[in-house]
Design a protein around this ligand. Structure first.
Ligand code: 5AD
Ligand code: SF4
Length: 441
């Protein structure tokens, strides 16, 4: 069979789609990149914001015409929206064959095979966290691969649907992660991105209290990964700020392969809003942690997630967020307009900030960010950066693109010896709006 997978949402979803695709390929099925060419259409969906759900539903709805032309077509929905809506989706979209929740994604192949043999429609949203190791399959990795180290979340931020759709936090065993990493590196992978809703909670058995000083299973995992010969870079996303204790900070500073870039979700710079969000830190403690991290790793860069327009967010709260973002000096940020999610705690609060005002706040933060990034990039002109070469630039075929450990994109003229996945020194000659330009040393 020919199959097509469309993924919405986060990197965890991309990773799941890759694993599902790999199981299909292993069974002799062929991936295609157009819906029209496929016998099986799989949609791996996201629920984190209403817009993500509407987008997926629109697309899946549109597939009805294709199914009318091709009645044998099998259409399945997986992932977070599948988990949240289950049977409702089957009722709403009559051309859908199956719905698999987040704990059932590993059953995609067997489900499609069953449906091809005996057409029946069904939804399975059983939570089965013990199955997480079954999603260890990888596609054809080149130089970079992702490994999910935890799944689910126990923190219950009041705006967030994730604990409801992805279930309780579970960590994989260290042996299984190290075996997966070892096999990937043996196949040529140079960079590993560790994934989890809160990676720094790795190995804490779901305890929501950040670990005491001196203890961090995540730090131990990083150290063991750092010792794998042939692996060049380790990245991770996303950690929760309160889990950076002395043990973890020391490991980040001493592991030479761990990149100097942290995606550290802030969400708000107002203590009042942070408390309403059930985030367990204050603006001050966030700033202190950033300072501690910078003291240990001077060239560390930060990116973040921020929500504007949370219920009750006043102009003064927003200003606190804006000021804190400027104070930290984030090199990258993802700004989201608050969207109530049915089932999450904050959905019971009145959505007090108008769409127009959310957009205004969103744009102010984006403008600040643009200015900051421009200045930061300009400050790097003249420096020499270690760049992991990724391949030919998508904008200009005569150039290559790579990335610094601090996560800046660098474009450069290739030489004959440049290889995908190799580390090279690049002298930065000029900066653009979002990236750097340089020459190989
Ligand atoms: N509305 C808007 N943004 C949200 N996020 C999570 N839930 C919501 C919501 N209900 C954002 C957070 C999170 C990122 C993945 O999505 O900033 O860090
Ligand atoms: Fe979306 Fe969250 Fe699910 Fe990822 S885990 S797909 S961000 S709802």
């Amino acid at each position: 069979m020919k199959f097509f997978i469309k993924t919405y949402g986060c990197q965890m979803n991309e990773r799941d789609s890759e694993a599902v695709g790999a199981t299909f390929i292993k069974a002799g099925h062929l991936p295609v990149d157009k819906e029209d060419d496929a016998d099986v259409l799989l949609f791996n969906t996201c629920s984190v914001r209403d817009a993500a759900e509407r987008k997926a539903k629109g697309k899946i709805g549109y597939m009805r015409k294709l199914k009318q032309r091709k009645p044998e077509l099998i259409i399945g929905v997986m992932g977070c929206m599948a988990q949240r809506l289950g049977d409702e989706l089957l009722a709403e979209l009559p051309h859908l064959d199956f719905v698999l929740g987040t704990g059932q994604i590993h059953r995609a192949l067997e489900t499609v095979t069953d449906i091809a043999a005996e057409r029946k429609r069904f939804a399975n949203v059983t939570v089965a966290p013990e199955e997480i190791d079954m999603l260890g399959e990888h596609g054809q990795n080149s130089w970079s691969a992702q490994i999910a180290i935890t799944r689910g979340c126990n923190r219950f931020c009041s705006y967030c649907i994730v604990p409801y759709v992805r279930g309780r936090e579970v960590s994989r065993s260290k042996d299984s992660i190290l075996a997966e990493a070892g096999a990937l590196v043996a196949s040529g992978v140079k960079e590993i991105l560790l994934l989890g809703q809160n990676v720094a909670a790795y190995g804490l058995n779901g305890d929501i209290r950040p670990p005491a000083d001196g203890f961090s299973p995540f730090a131990e995992l990083l150290e063991e990964l750092n010792a794998i010969p042939g692996l060049e870079r380790i990245r991770y996303t996303s950690p929760y700020v309160s889990y950076f204790n002395d043990r973890l900070i020391a490991a980040l500073a001493s592991c030479s392969k761990v990149c100097h870039n942290i995606h550290l979700p802030l969400q708000s710079g107002s203590d009042r809003i942070l408390a309403a969000m059930n985030r367990q830190y204050t603006a001050q403690s966030y700033l202190e942690k950033v300072a501690e991290l910078r003291a240990a790793i001077p060239d560390l860069t930060f990116s973040t997630d921020v929500i504007v327009g949370f219920p009750g967010e006043e102009e003064s709260d927003f200003e606190l967020t804006r000021n804190l973002m400027n104070e930290v000096g984030f090199e990258q940020a993802y700004i989201f307009k608050y969207s109530p999610r049915p089932g999450a705690k904050s959905a019971t609060l009145a959505d007090t900030v108008s769409e127009e005002e959310k957009l205004r706040r969103n744009n102010i933060l984006l403008d600040d960010l643009q200015l900051r990034i421009g200045k930061k990039l300009a400050s790097l002109v003249g420096s020499t950066q270690e760049v992991l070469c990724e391949g030919v630039s998508s904008r200009n075929e005569s150039r290559w693109t790579g990335r610094t450990g601090t996560n800046f994109v660098v474009h450069f003229e290739p030489d004959a010896s440049v290889r995908t996945g190799s580390l090279r020194q690049v002298k930065i000659t000029r900066s653009g709006k979002v990236s750097l330009f340089g020459e190989l040393c």
